[in-house]
Design a protein around this ligand. Structure first.
Ligand SMILES: [Zn+2]
Length: 238
């Protein structure tokens, strides 16, 4: 199997997993940087993640133009992906989602921070990108490279960012890594709301976050991936 074939199959599995775990619904998407050309990325045509097949995946340049869309309509928000790959050479996969528990943190100013060891990979504190600050009244969708680059700048070197009134964007060193962070970002947000209702929270310290993050290796990711893939009706690739 070629590296490209491997990544294409990973993307199909990732779409099914994200849908099955409630991170995306009919909207939201995941891309991977092209394994043989870092100036291109792979992303489905505009389709619900749970329904995506291999023929849906289109190759794009970083500016969001398709190499050969063959009549397949693109996601409006594909610019999120290209702008982040342009800014972050370490990133090989990007998830964009509107999962329900992250939304309140994007609109209240309450900082989303990890309180569970599994959520450490979300970063010390999740920053909030507010499209209104530079772009005024919009549909809130990241619909061009200027918006994508502004989001990428806010993200900086971090693994995740919230988007006010909209959702979240998560990046990883691989498809499995990005999915892992996205799943635990949603869980972390849900747990933080539950804990806030009970009282004050002792969050993970920055040092704890750094130590835990350094321990998230392929073994950790593969253990989760095998389970999530099977739950979503897919097999884990070796
Ligand atoms: Zn969106």
């Amino acid at each position: 199997m070629s590296r490209l074939d491997f990544v294409l199959e990973e993307l199909i599995t990732a779409n099914r997993v994200l849908a099955h775990e409630g991170i995306v619904d009919s909207f939201g998407h995941i891309s991977a940087r092209h394994p043989d050309n870092p100036q291109h990325y792979l992303l489905s045509r505009a389709r619900a993640p749970e329904r995506i097949e291999r023929d849906d995946i289109v190759e794009y340049r970083l500016d969001g133009t398709a190499i050969d869309d063959d009549g397949r309509a693109p996601y409006t928000e594909r610019f999120i992906h290209g702008a982040i790959y342009e800014a972050r050479r370490d990133v090989h996969a990007v998830v964009h989602n509107h999962s329900p528990s992250v939304i309140p943190f994007g609109v209240t100013g309450t900082k989303l921070k990890p309180l569970l060891h599994m959520c450490a990979s979300c970063g010390h504190e999740v920053p909030i990108w507010d499209s209104c600050e530079k772009f005024g009244d919009t549909t809130l969708l990241v619909s061009d490279m200027a918006m994508g680059r502004d989001l990428a700048q806010l993200l900086g070197a971090r693994p995740s960012a919230l988007m006010r009134g909209h959702g979240a964007t998560v990046v990883g060193r691989s498809v499995r890594h990005a999915v892992f962070i996205a799943v635990y970002l949603e869980l972390g947000a849900k747990l933080q709301m539950q804990a806030m209702a009970m009282g004050g929270i002792k969050f993970l310290s920055p040092g704890e976050v750094d130590k835990i993050t350094a321990r998230v290796n392929d073994y950790t990711l593969d253990r989760a991936w095998e389970n999530w893939a099977r739950r979503a009706g897919r097999e884990m690739q070796a």
